[in-house]
Design a protein around this ligand. Structure first.
Ligand code: UT7
Length: 339
């Protein structure tokens, strides 16, 4: 089969139990609930349990997505995990998830495009499936951002949360009416220093260079997100406005054709700006930022799942997904809902 159509046939989301409110953050850093709500729209975020890792969140979301699609892990041909907080440097979190789900002998790999990981993953899976490589792909965005946040930096620690979202993608007939329409992806590494997670000794750090294997330093120490928030904000608003226009133009659609905007949930003001450019009311926009904060690669599938579990998606509706991330890496996907 080649040039098949690609459909989301299962979806699931998982948020760890522990909820951290803005009031709790007031005790940690010099901030206020009012400031956080006004500048970001965030009211609370979920925090991973001490004994959980990113793969555990991914597994929970994946189980729900598989059940929703009415299949098991044995029916899956490929597994992709988008994450910026992997369990280990290697093996990939995808192989950990595969094993925890009881799957064997199908390809599994990670994608690192930070908050755009799910949008990138959807584009990659779609391309491979249309080319006939896979019939059923499990795509997960999963993050434990609280583990890499600098809890002393009020400019960033208030923004992030943990969670996972998963979809089952299935190939269908090439003449299907609904399903994935296409994607647009971008990256520009010139901006890489504006938003990054710093580790004192990253895996390829020259400090870890082994002089004839006689020199290795202790690489222990915490990683921490660093961001020039204001500059990121400005570029995000511009690039997201551009990419939603670009994808509509590429697939010959208009903003009035869109039924749902499912944006990355970084900041309510960025979402409002994109919705405005598309002339969309906020009641046609998936909004989870208040409850989840920024869950990085989990944010777009969690927002889509939120619409789904609240019964708001209907077959044939046109959905525009978009994300903006460190790198910078950004992109968008268009999907006609087929469930
Ligand atoms: O997921 C990837 C993409 N990420 C994003 O898109 C995030 C983009 N950036 C943002 O969302 C916003 O820039 C922030 C929410 C991070 C910051 O909002 P802002 O309106 O851009 O604030 P700012 O950085 O310009 O800071 C304004 C003031 C500063 O004080 P002064 O210099 O005016 O006295 C900050 O020190 O707000 C201060 N401030 C805070 N005050 C209370 C910064 N963080 C806080 C805080 N509580 N948590």
């Amino acid at each position: 089969m080649s040039l098949a159509s690609v459909h989301i046939t299962g979806i699931g989301g998982y948020l760890p139990e522990r909820i951290m409110t803005n009031a709790e953050l007031e005790k940690l850093v010099d901030t206020t609930d009012a400031w956080i709500r006004e500048r970001t729209g965030i009211e609370q975020r979920h925090i991973i349990a001490p004994d959980q890792m990113t793969s555990d969140l991914a597994v929970e979301a994946a189980r729900i997505a598989l059940a929703d699609a009415g299949i098991t892990i044995d029916d899956i041909d490929a597994l992709i995990v988008a994450t910026t907080t992997p369990d280990l440097i290697f093996p990939s979190t995808a192989t950990v998830v595969q094993s925890k789900l009881g799957g064997r002998d199908f390809p599994a790999w990670d994608i690192q495009a930070v908050c755009s990981g799910f949008v990138y993953g959807l584009a990659q899976a779609e391309g491979m499936m249309r080319a006939g490589m896979f019939r059923r792909v499990l795509l997960i965005g999963a993050e434990a951002m609280s583990r890499i946040v600098d809890w002393k930096d009020r400019g960033t620690c208030i923004l992030f949360g943990d969670g996972a979202g998963a979809v089952v993608l299935e190939a269908g007939p090439s003449d299907a009416e609904n399903g994935m329409i296409g994607s647009v992806l971008h990256a520009d590494g010139a901006f890489r220093d504006l938003l990054k997670a710093h580790h004192p000794h990253p895996p390829s750090s020259p400090e870890l260079h082994h002089e004839a294997v006689d020199f290795a330093i202790d690489s222990a120490g915490a990683a921490a997100v660093e961001m020039k928030g204001n500059e990121v904000f400005r570029v995000a608003v511009t690039k997201l406005g551009d990419v939603v226009r670009e994808i509509l133009l590429r697939y010959e659609l208009n903003d009035c054709d869109i039924d749902w905007l499912v944006p990355h949930q970084a900041n309510i003001r960025i979402i409002q700006a994109t919705a405005k450019k598309l002339k969309m009311d906020l009641d046609r926009v998936a909004l989870t930022v208040a409850r989840h904060g920024n869950t990085s690669s989990a944010s777009v599938p969690l927002a889509l799942n939120d619409l789904y579990i609240n019964g708001r998606l209907e077959k044939g509706q046109l959905i525009l997904l978009e994300a903006f991330a460190g790198g910078f890496a950004w992109g968008a996907n268009l999907v006609r809902w087929s469930k």
